[in-house]
Design a protein. Structure first.
Lengths: 380, 494
């Protein structure tokens, strides 16, 4: 029976899936963070830009679709978070805006700012976007300061439903160490995935060596941040919702959610194992290039599990620390049953979209990018 | 209290982003068709010349495409960052087309764009051609969904207000998709993109002819572009006609403002410029009947009755009914748990006046009149330039077919100098559409001042100037890169 409750959970599953795919596709950002670190000379930097440059639009599109899907399925999150945590989202957008033009502009004659400047833009996007997105997602666990009052629509002079409770409009998230560690974790994961992707996608022995070295440091850092986040998730209070919709703090809520949802627990563990396995096989075997294909599903599974922990099992996924009862949960922030049902039918096309992307990805990436190819065919 | 300055700066920021976005989008839509046509000729004939010709325009397409994407992402998220109340109040309906746009169109564009640029040596000829067409089709599909969303704001259909969730909720998806305003808006916008692409290609090709360079390339490009442009312009004219009829039906104030029509009536005249009118013409355009009734601004404010006997209330009555609706909404929310009977009575009042809900936020009748002069002149600029550009394309195509184009240097200069005009026409069109519906973000339901986010004026001012700087920088860089690329040329004849 497809109930309203089922549809809300189904749409949260799709949000989790899009979130997982987005974090995986942040390998583009992670790769760009390495332009000046792994790219020791002009040719190596060119290889990096051309490798990530053939996938950047997928990351960008996934981000846009993630936003669109949130808008369609949980519009109160869209209105509350985007209108409230104004500066965080504006900063994220600006870094993506600079990225969008930088690939095309960086090597063109007449680009005014010069090639290096555009590559710096790519690097800045590569570092800041995962960091900021991760920090913003961290607030799903620690909470933000906002009020939601739908009756405000009846106030003719000031009919605003969602209000942020401070003047920092989202920047205050960095004052909470967990959010920052979460952001750093996402950044280091993106860098690791970027290195893994380029090891697979670029055929250049010197660059390969640099990427493997970068992978050791980034993944080592990621593991430390990941363990810190896991420890905190197990021990921290979470924002639970009782049967009447009242939000309250529950000790160890997120760990309890894992225990209550063994499938999600298994997804998280399997995701972590695949991720570590992908990195391990790359680092332990010098000629191994396929680590990304273990790490990619691992990332998607692990991120999906995190979204499920924070959204399922009577949990407020976007809690308010200013007013607990303003917190957003699946039931009070979703679209209507009709819209979710209609959109659920639309979502049936997603497997087809994923399939054709995978097919064309395969067609384009059958052969790794080589230095020779850049001399003889179209490039950024 | 929502500050007027916050509403103004938020509007300005959105207008800035949308205006910049619409510099890049129409060229994407138009160039996609032109270069795909060229590549089709290449695949059919096997003539390398057409491949090189298509590749040159693809190069310019890519430069332009990137900035379109950059401005587009800001636009999508501004619904949340700057219009958060709007996002909740109508997100149940508006979010769906935006999500579908992403799933259906953006992934198609993203995937095939990469194949189109980097796949020449990786996939077969036909496969590559399909990718080029699919990139253009993806762009057009994305236009469908965002324009369905926009059309819904101009003529909201397929929804009901739910006072428990405090929002409008979708009840008929197909009413949303098949909204007549959406259909004419889609054709009007997409085919205006064909015009833009055509004038762009013709103008640049004429520059090559003026410089006596790339002769074959320029003439072939002109031929393809002029045909695409002429077809596009006729489609723009037909869809523009139905847009006029829809405005008369659903947004009479917009039409009255676009005509500067203070007092209307049957057999209303069409104003060419102030003081020069064609009797009865506005009635023909708005109702397809020379005796059709078209209300003027004062009629709409005072209330009027059409020739078929339908009466429309005055502004004062609409405002009063809107305030009743909002007051009843408040009472319903207050009493729904404690006093179900009283709440039901309040609900009845609300339902009876729901069509005027948005008017409850309006303070005076003057607020209901959009800036008439701006819309009046924007409309004339759009139509006048559209007509002139159609004539230009006919003349250029005629001269090219007669092999006289290269000798008509004055025509080559006009074509070159017309490139900015097509952009001005496009911007003017959006001014008519968007400024013309003020003060509404959703016609009759939600005025802009009830739709904004609760952020400080200073924050919006800061982001506004930040975006001005970023977008202007991008535009300057794009133009410089394009000019360099054009000067360098396709080099086909060397």
């Amino acid at each position: 029976m497809i109930t309203y409750d089922f549809l809300q959970h189904y749409w949260w599953f799709l949000i989790a899936l899009l979130g997982g795919l987005l974090v995986f596709l942040l390998f583009v950002q992670g790769g760009n963070a390495l332009i000046f670190i792994a790219g020791k000379d002009e040719r190596q930097r060119e290889l990096i830009v051309n490798s990530t440059g053939r996938k950047w639009e997928l990351t960008f599109t996934t981000l846009v679709t993630f936003g669109g899907a949130f808008f369609a399925s949980f519009p109160l999150f869209y209105s509350t978070s985007f209108g409230g945590a104004y500066w965080v989202w504006i900063l994220i957008l600006i870094t993506f805006v600079f990225q969008a033009v930088s690939y095309e502009f960086q090597s063109k004659v007449g680009n005014i700012l010069g090639r290096t400047t555009f590559r710096v833009f790519l690097t800045l996007n590569g570092c800041l976007a995962p960091l900021l997105i991760g920090t913003a997602v961290g607030t799903f666990f620690t909470g933000s300061q906002f009020y939601v009052d739908k009756s405000a629509v009846g106030d003719i002079a000031s009919p605003v439903i969602s209000r942020w409770a401070n003047e920092w409009h989202g920047l205050e998230a960095v004052a909470e160490p967990f959010n920052v560690i979460f952001g750093v974790m996402v950044l280091l994961l993106a860098v690791s995935l970027g290195a893994l992707y380029m090891i697979n996608n670029i055929d250049d022995s010197k660059l390969d060596k640099n990427l493997r070295r970068a992978l050791i440091y980034s993944f080592g850092g990621f593991l430390i941040a990941f363990l810190a986040v896991c420890y905190k998730l197990i021990t921290m209070n979470g924002f639970a919702v009782d049967a009447s919709g009242v939000v309250y703090l529950e000790a160890g809520k997120y760990f309890n959610n894992l225990l209550d949802m063994p499938v999600v627990f298994a997804m998280l563990l399997l995701g972590a194992v695949l991720l570590v396995g992908g990195v391990a096989m790359t680092l332990l075997k010098a000629n191994s290039k396929r680590g990304i294909w273990l790490a990619a599903p691992g990332t998607v599974l692990a991120v999906m599990a995190l979204f499920m922990i924070v959204g399922y099992n009577n949990t407020a996924y976007y809690p308010s620390t200013a007013d607990l009862q303003s917190s957003l949960m699946l039931s009070n922030s979703s679209s209507s049953e009709f819209t979710l049902r209609t959109m659920a039918v639309v979502s049936l096309i997603i497997p087809f979209v994923v399939a054709y992307i995978a097919y064309f990805w395969r067609q384009m990436d059958k052969k790794s990018i080589t230095s020779k190819e850049l001399d003889h065919s179209d490039k950024y | 209290m929502v500050e007027t300055a916050l509403v103004d700066w938020s509007r300005l920021q959105f207008a800035l982003t949308a205006g910049y976005h619409w510099i890049f989008v129409p060229l994407t839509l138009g160039l996609a068709v032109i270069m795909a046509t060229m590549e089709s000729i290449y695949v059919k004939t096997g003539d390398e010349f057409w491949k090189k010709t298509a590749k040159f325009w693809m190069k310019l397409f890519a430069i332009n495409f990137a900035v379109g994407i950059a401005t587009g992402i800001i636009l999508e998220f501004e619904f949340g960052t700057n219009w958060s109340n709007y996002s909740w109040f109508v997100g149940d309906i508006f979010g769906a087309p935006l999500a579908i746009e992403g799933i259906f169109a953006f992934f198609m564009e993203a995937t095939f764009f990469a194949v189109m640029f980097f796949g020449w040596d990786k996939v077969s000829k036909r496969f590559h051609l399909a990718a080029t067409w699919l990139t253009g089709i993806g762009a057009a599909i994305s236009a469908i969904w965002i324009l369905i969303a926009n059309a819904w704001m101009q003529h909201p259909v397929g929804m009901e207000f739910n006072p428990d969730t405090v929002r409008h909720e979708m009840v008929d998806f197909w009413a949303l998709v098949l909204n007549p305003v959406a259909i004419s808006k889609f054709f009007h916008s997409v085919f205006s993109g064909w015009m833009t692409g055509a004038i762009f290609v013709i103008g640049i090709s004429c520059w090559y002819l003026l410089r006596k360079r790339e002769r074959r390339f320029a003439l072939a490009s002109i031929r393809v572009a002029a045909i695409v442009g002429i077809v596009g312009t006729f489609a723009v004219m037909f869809s523009g006609d139905s847009s006029g009829v829809h405005a008369a039906k659903y947004q009479p104030m917009k039409l009255a403002a676009a005509e500067g029509l203070e007092k209307g009536g049957e057999g209303a005249p069409f104003s060419i410029v102030p003081g020069v009118e064609i009797p009865g013409m506005l009635s023909v355009l708005a109702t397809h009947d020379i005796d059709g009734y078209v209300p003027g601004i004062e009629d709409i404010l005072d209330g009027y009755t059409t020739s078929d006997g339908v009466s429309y209330p005055s502004a004062e009555e609409k405002i009063a009914r809107g305030k009743s609706a909002i007051e009843a909404f408040g009472r319903y929310r207050e009493l729904r748990d404690s006093n179900p009977e009283e709440a039901a009575a309040a609900r009845e009042v609300l339902d009876a006046n729901i069509d005027y809900f948005g008017y409850g936020y309006i303070d005076s009748r003057d607020e209901l009149v959009p800036p008439v002069d701006l819309i009046y002149w924007a409309f004339r600029v759009m139509v006048g330039l559209g007509g002139a550009l159609l004539l230009l394309m006919f003349v250029v195509l005629w001269a090219e077919r007669r092999k006289r184009l290269e000798d008509m240097r004055w025509l080559l200069w006009i074509a070159l100098l017309s490139i900015p005009l097509v952009y001005i026409a496009g911007q003017a069109g959006w001014i008519v559409a968007e400024v013309g519906r003020q003060p509404w973000v959703i016609e009759g339901l939600l005025p802009v001042k009830a739709a904004v986010s609760s952020v400080s004026v200073g924050a919006v001012k800061t982001t506004f100037f930040l975006f001005v700087a970023i977008f202007t920088l991008f535009l300057a860089i794009e133009m410089r890169i394009m000019i360099k690329a054009i000067k360098h040329g396709p080099n086909i004849e060397q």
